[in-house]
Design a binder for this molecule. Sequence first.
Ligand SMILES: Cc1ncc(COP(=O)(O)O)c(C=O)c1O
Ligand SMILES: N[C@@H](CCCC[NH3+])C(=O)O
Length: 499
Amino acid sequence: MFVVGVVDYTTSRLSAPRSVCRLRYRGARFVWPRRRPECQSASTSLGWRPSATLTKMQVVATPAVRNPTPQFDFRSDGYLYCEGVRVKDVQEALGPEFSPFYLYSQDRIEANVQAYTEALVGLDAIVGYAVKANNNVMIMKLVRELGCGAVLVSGNELRLAQLAGFDMRRTVFNGNGKTPHEIALAVQAECLINVDSEFDIENILAAARRERRRARVLLRINPDIDPQVHPYVSTGLATSKFGIRTDHLDWFLDRIKQNEELVELVGVHSHLGSTIKKVELFHDNVVTMLRIIDDICAQGFRSIRFLNIGGGLGIDYERNGERIPTPQELIDAIRPRLAGRGLTLIIEPGRSLVGNAGILVNTVIGVKRNGDKRFVVVDGSMAELIRPALYGAYQFIALVEPGQQDKELAEYDIVGPVCESSDFLGKGRRLPEPAPGMGLVVMDSGAYCMSMASNYNMKLLPAEIMVHGDSWRVIRQRQTFTDLLSGYRELMPIPGLES
Ligand SMILES: Cc1ncc(COP(=O)(O)O)c(C=O)c1O
Ligand SMILES: N[C@@H](CCCC[NH3+])C(=O)O
């Protein structure tokens, strides 16, 4: 919560960063009731919260001016809450040693899964959680209990899915560089396996022969559709490393036909990319894939049962009022095409299941000025959250507590302590000046944040906290210095690492 203006009733003047009676802040609007200066509680919209005194009314605003995730809200006391838990209380309970940390809302994850399951009513479908988005095993267990399958991209994700109790026959093992060892694991576990290349199919055939099991495979198609996203998260263009070009499909079909005792072709897969905001793209993909299924069936393949359309639905990172399609809108766009086809739809969401269910809570180390430029330096960095450094990604940033009321709003770059100029969490963010020790949150950090974190500069992987209702628990401990040294165990004596 911070002051954006002061209404002086005695002079009927509004002094504010912009002296107009209509203030705008990141898409939200506060309308000062010019005609009713006696009004104690002004009309507000989208999170603006006025407070009043008899002669002057301070117009104060909470930073979450648009709140697309009700489980995370900035309340009138100026603090950020996750469900019933005040985030500042968790920060204080953990202490500075455990900062930064990730914090998730169980309710939000449940609601996100439910949005898919409700949208899919009446369709034969599997929601395959893309584990790469967030591989916390407690989150994996939760989505499994909610009925999801899993989409895996490494042998270790596969093992973790087994530990999390997934029915492995409802998992998809995917990837453009599966090793022979990983393929053997997938064949043993009876995953659905995506074929991505010539060497992939050879390795699958070899593993099936060795394991004496018939592998169930899907062909990952490269549909050459532009998902209109950042090039680094686009996967379905002809120039991408992923999938099989349609003009090369026949080679794969022949190879499968020659080896039908070892592999069963059960479906096709494609994934356009991530952060997609247009449902028409999913529709176009389904149309392309159905045409390919028809071609494949015309060549005598009788066992095609799965249409896997990948994941990719975006979330509302910007919170600027732009409409992001819901899972319901996505499914509604493709449902008519699926009627009467007798296929099981597989959809592989990652970001849209967990992205807005997590936040990264950092502690402010200090504020620094270099000439006109102002920085808020926090203890979190590109090591814990790399999306801004890697893609220039925008994630909403705010203080988890009231800013210093006597200080003005200003524009800051939010940076970490890592020795890289790309180490920023946000640029040019308008904030009240924070004091050292205050909590600063990066919203929408549930997907591709912790799972992409690193030990750069020997930073420790953060703890992860799950909130449910009024309580919270640690669902992964913070790494320790000793954890970082475990690879040296055999090489030198390290206290605490003898065995
Ligand atoms: C094959 C595949 N499936 C599913 C996903 C999940 O995508 P998203 O998190 O955007 O839903 C990805 C990641 O982009 C992927 O590569
Ligand atoms: N890591 C990306 C998404 C990659 C999706 C996997 N193909 C992100 O943070 O947005």
